[in-house]
Every structure is written in structure tokens, then in C-alpha cells.
Design a binder for this molecule. Structure first.
Ligand code: S0N
Length: 266
């Protein structure tokens, strides 16, 4: 497959998948999601690959969620379809692919990881962050949410209270703060990020592939019910995107004005 929105490389047993849309802070559109799924599948199917590094181009951002400037064929968002073949479905398929690929996925977070971009690193097996990276959810500010892995699995990692804080307040957290809450494994200087991810991937490659695979299955089994919650969440999100309330969030962002959700409380 030819990739346009991402860069995919395989080297000495390590696959590197890089989002390549730095002009929009590596926000994803439907095509990005489809290419990411294809690349993860390619790494999945190649027995020589023992670990995947998931990162992004540039120094500003890892990924800031759905591209607010892209329109789908039906005029709605293009984050990978609408109802029918669905926002839900394609983003959800990417989440499930990262979860289920039987090899560790290391997120190397090089900048902002916000909204749906934050969820991507949450799902990865391990996260190494540049000391300059910033993390957070933004859905309730821009008329969106991830009520699947983005909330339920996040709560497993950071605890219920912290997960609720992250979603209800939509603030940003530093890499060190995220390490403190168990959301990031390691923080390094920005120029050391790719080397640090490579070093961990090489360490994994020295281990028994079957042991690593079974451990990943075991870790996943305990939170496997979230896949069902995620289906419901993405289905409801697809419908919510057609509402005036969600539109207000998106339009306020695009028009660079304060959002006004007050009318939806009447
Ligand atoms: C990342 C932020 C904090 C950076 O702020 P800063 O440094 O002040 O830069 P800006 O001037 O704001 O941005 C620089 C340029 O990048 C563009 N840009 C930023 N974010 C996006 C985006 N998401 N889509 C398209 N373009 C983006 C800016 O517009 C600007 O370019 P110019 O100057 O040309 O206008 C700050 O930018 C920020 O807060 N961004 C918004 C982050 C956000 O809200 N992301 C979520 C958006 N996604 C959704 O609403 C739904 C999709 C999704 O994320 C999702 C999918 C599945 C499941 C769950 C979710 C979910 O919502 O969680």
C-alpha cells in the first residue's frame, strides 16, 4: 500500500509508524485512520517484526485528534466515515488493532497528545514522552467524547478520580505529571525520544516472542469488556456529531471564538 498521511518503515525487526500531517498538528482524517490500520496490519502479519514504535512527524505534536478542518462526503466530519461505515467504526477499528496486534506498541510522544490523539497513546502498551510533550482530553470543549477506551481504559491506568478530572476539566498535563500518574512510562529530552523508543523496542526483541504475545493477551483480557463499551460509545458519537451541540463545539474552535454550550442546558 502507498501511504500519504503516514510514514511506515520496517528495520531490523522493528516497525515504525509515523503520522505525517504536521501542518495540522498531526490531526487525523479518515484516510489517516485507514492508513494507520493498514500499517499496523502489515506489522502484525510480518513475523519478523517484534515491536512497533508509534510516533509522529515534527516537534509540535504527536496527534491532536480529528482534523476539525476536514469535511466528509456527507458534509459531516471525515474521521473515517459517518453512520453506516462510521466515525465510530474506523477509529474504533484502529483502537482495536493497536490493542490486539500481538506485539508491544510503544508510543513515542513528541508533542501535543490531545483529544483523539491522546486516546491513541493511552491504548498503546508503553508510552515514552519528550519532556516538552503535553497531554489531555478536549472532547467536552469541542463537542466530542470517547466513552470507550478513552475514558474506561484511561480510568484503569490513572484511577477513576483522575480520569474524571481529565475529561471534565479538559486541562493539559506535562510529561512529568503524566509519569507521576502512571500514564507515561518514561520521560526523555526531545532529542533523545526516538533513540529511547528504539532502545526499548530492541530490548523487547531480545525476549521470547511467544511469552511477550501471551502477556499482551493476558493484560488485554482483563479490560476486554471495554471493546463492547467502545462500540456503543463510537456509535453514539457518530450520532452526536450530527447535533447542534456538537456543531457548536467544532464551529467555536474553527472560528477561534469562545464556545457557548449554555443554550443546551435550557
Ligand atoms: C493542540 C493545541 C492545544 C495547540 O495550541 P497552540 O499551540 O496554541 O496552536 P493552535 O494555533 O491552536 O494550533 C496550531 C494549528 O493547528 C491547527 N489545529 C490544531 N488542532 C487541530 C485539529 N484538531 N484539527 C485541525 N487543525 C488543528 C490549528 O487550527 C492551527 O492552525 P491555523 O493557525 O491554520 O488555524 C490546540 O490547537 C488545540 O486545542 N487543538 C484542538 C484539539 C482538539 O480539540 N482535538 C480534538 C478534536 N477532535 C474531535 O473533536 C473529535 C475527534 C476526536 O478527537 C476523537 C475521535 C475518536 C474518539 C474520541 C475523540 C475525542 O474527541 O476525544
Amino acid at each position: 500500500m502507498t501511504y500519504e498521511d503516514i510514514v511506515f518503515e520496517k528495520n531490523n525487526g522493528i516497525a515504525t509508524i509515523k503520522i505525517n500531517r504536521p501542518h495540522v498538528y498531526n490531526a487525523f482524517r479518515g484516510q489517516t485512520i485507514r492508513e494507520l490500520i493498514a500499517a499496523f496490519r502489515e506489522a502484525w502479519d510480518d513475523n519478523r517484526i517484534g515491536a512497533v514504535i508509534f510516533t509522529a512527524e515534527g516537534e509540535k505534536a504527536f496527534c491532536v485528534g480529528g482534523d476539525q478542518k476536514e469535511k466528509g462526503d456527507e458534509g459531516g466530519y471525515d474521521y473515517g466515515g459517518g453512520l453506516g461505515n462510521g466515525i465510530g467504526l474506523e477509529v474504533e477499528n484502529l483502537h482495536n488493532t493497536i490493542r490486539n496486534i500481538p506485539k508491544p506498541v510503544i508510543a513515542a510522544v513528541n508533542g501535543y497528545a490531545i483529544g483523539g490523539g491522546h486516546v491513541l497513546h493511552v491504548i498503546c502498551d508503553l508510552t515514552i514522552a519528550a519532556s516538552t510533550a503535553k497531554f489531555g482530553q478536549s472532547g467536552p470543549k469541542v463537542g466530542s467524547y470517547d466513552a470507550g477506551y478513552g475514558s474506561a481504559y484511561l480510568a484503569r491506568i490513572v484511577g477513576e478520580k483522575k480520569a474524571r478530572e481529565i475529561w471534565y476539566l479538559c486541562e493539559q498535563y506535562t510529561a512529568d505529571e503524566c509519569k507521576e500518574m502512571g500514564l507515561v512510562n518514561r520521560v526523555v529530552a526531545p532529542e533523545e525520544l526516538q533513540g529511547a523508543a528504539q532502545e526499548w523496542a530492541e530490548k523487547i526483541l531480545e525476549k521470547s516472542p511467544t511469552a511477550i504475545k501471551m502477556l499482551k493477551y493476558s493484560f488485554n483480557a482483563d479490560s476486554a469488556n471495554i471493546a463492547g463499551i467502545s462500540q456503543l460509545a463510537m456509535g453514539s458519537l457518530a450520532m452526536f456529531y450530527d447535533s447542534k451541540e456538537s456543531e457548536e463545539g467544532k464551529n467555536a474552535f474553527l472560528e477561534k471564538r469562545p464556545v457557548d454550550f449554555h443554550k443546551f442546558r435550557q
